[in-house]
Design a protein around this ligand. Structure first.
Ligand code: CTP
Length: 401
């Protein structure tokens, strides 16, 4: 995430306030400046020292508190904020914000904050949350341009089960990431990403697959959504958390991936085919478990459809097609051959022989190959690699004009 942006975190008096400490920690670790404002009631649930220790800033509570580092009063924080998040937001504070009441540091700051996005995560008892007055106030906030994160359903601290639970800090983090991590240079574009392995059944118990973790494709989907794209992620089976702001199409086999991709590629502006699709599948799938017998056994395999080849043949004008190649030898030669054969605009080539690159890893070292050039990237996290892939695709698209 870009350095030095400021997140103003408003914490109000609900038990979920303890989760906001984890959120503050994640944001600080991402290199962001985090300023925490608390209501008096919030300070009954969590000690301000927790936030002060995590953020390195004084946690402001009273309207007449001063943040001595900045020598400013309440409006200054509003000016500094790139995004404001109130989590948890109680019925009381939601009511105040919706009706123009500013009687403490948090509400005065939010009132003074007109230029940046304000995100509110209501968290309270189910009956309170479903109360029409609260619902009306939430609607009002939406009309005033606040973004509301709907509470999750679950077991609440009061013992009730229902809506009112604050989403996990990881989910709240994603809203902030989407808001401030990137310029929205993919707005108006649909990006189709495929990720993960496919599984091809042998019998009801066994299948053929590969080592793909899906990390590269998931990073691409997440970064593209944060850059403003409409993202569809067609994914084979993985254990990764799903990117929050993408449409997810879950598939298992190469055939299912082919069908999903054919449908979604029709109006896609950019396609990134990061999935490791099986090239072959068992010709006959046994409906019963295959029993062990004496001697050898062999499986007859048949070819799957080459999805990328199909996309290259049916590419519509203006569509940008990016393939991926995983090689163990002659990286650029083999990858360039795939670029030509499959009619791609770019191929992201990585060598399984490279330290830090390839399956399951959090890092990657790839070379971006187009018809006219080759751009070797250094060893980067998969997220940074995704950013560079998209930067290059946007540069290529703008060169066409
Ligand atoms: N691919 C695909 N459909 C397949 C096989 C591969 O869409 N049935 C795509 C992958 O998603 C990837 C690219 O083709 O973007 C290259 O995959 P790779 O396995 O490296 O190449 P193959 O064309 O399968 O060639 P080979 O396995 O012989 O290296």
């Amino acid at each position: 995430m870009e350095q030095k942006k400021t997140v103003v975190l408003g914490v109000t008096g609900g038990i979920a306030a303890y989760k906001t400490a984890s959120l503050a920690s994640m944001l600080v670790k991402s290199g962001l400046d985090v300023q925490v404002l608390m209501t008096n009631n919030a300070a009954n649930f969590i000690n301000p020292i927790v936030f002060e220790t995590l953020t390195g800033h004084k946690c402001l509570i009273d309207t007449f508190d001063r943040n001595f580092e900045f020598k400013v009063e309440h409006v200054a924080l509003a000016k500094l904020a790139d995004v404001v998040m109130i989590a948890p937001a109680t019925a009381n504070v939601i009511g105040k914000l919706a009706n123009g009441i500013a009687d403490d540091m948090l509400t005065t700051t939010v009132m003074a904050c007109r230029k940046c996005r304000k995100i509110v995560a209501p968290a309270m008892n189910t009956e309170m949350y479903l109360n029409q007055v609260v619902q009306d106030n939430i609607k009002k906030l939406e009309e005033y341009g606040f973004e509301i994160i709907r509470p999750a359903k679950g077991y609440l601290a009061c013992g009730d089960v229902g809506p009112g639970k604050m989403p996990d800090p990881e989910a709240l983090y994603e809203y902030i990431y989407r808001e401030i991590a990137f310029d929205k240079d993919l707005t108006g574009k649909k990006v189709l990403v495929t990720a993960g392995p496919t599984q091809e059944a042998i019998d009801p118990v066994r299948y053929i697959t590969n080592h793909s973790s899906g990390k590269m494709g998931y990073a691409l989907a997440r970064v593209c959504a944060a850059r403003g794209a409409k993202v569809v992620l067609v994914t084979g089976p993985t254990s990764l958390p799903k990117p929050m702001f993408a449409k997810i199409v879950q598939v298992t086999t190469a055939k299912e991936m082919f069908e999903a991709v054919k449908k979604e590629a029709k109006d896609a502006d950019i396609v990134c085919k990061a999935a490791a699709v099986a090239d072959y599948r068992p010709k006959n799938v046994s409906s019963e478990k295959i029993k062990k017998a004496d001697g050898q056994m062999s499986l007859e395999l048949e070819k799957t459809d080459d999805i990328l080849m199909y996309l290259g043949r049916h590419k519509h004008p203006g569509q940008f097609l990016c393939g991926f190649a995983m090689e163990t030898e002659n990286l650029t030669g083999n990858s360039r051959a795939k670029l030509e054969k499959k009619n791609l605009d770019m191929i992201a080539a990585n060598s399984l022989r490279d330290e830090g690159a390839g399956f399951q890893k959090d890092t990657n070292r790839i070379t971006l190959i187009t018809k006219k050039d080759e751009t070797p990237l250094p060893l980067l996290s998969k997220e940074e690699t995704a950013v560079r892939i998209i930067d290059k695709i946007l540069a290529e698209i703008s060169d066409r004009k």
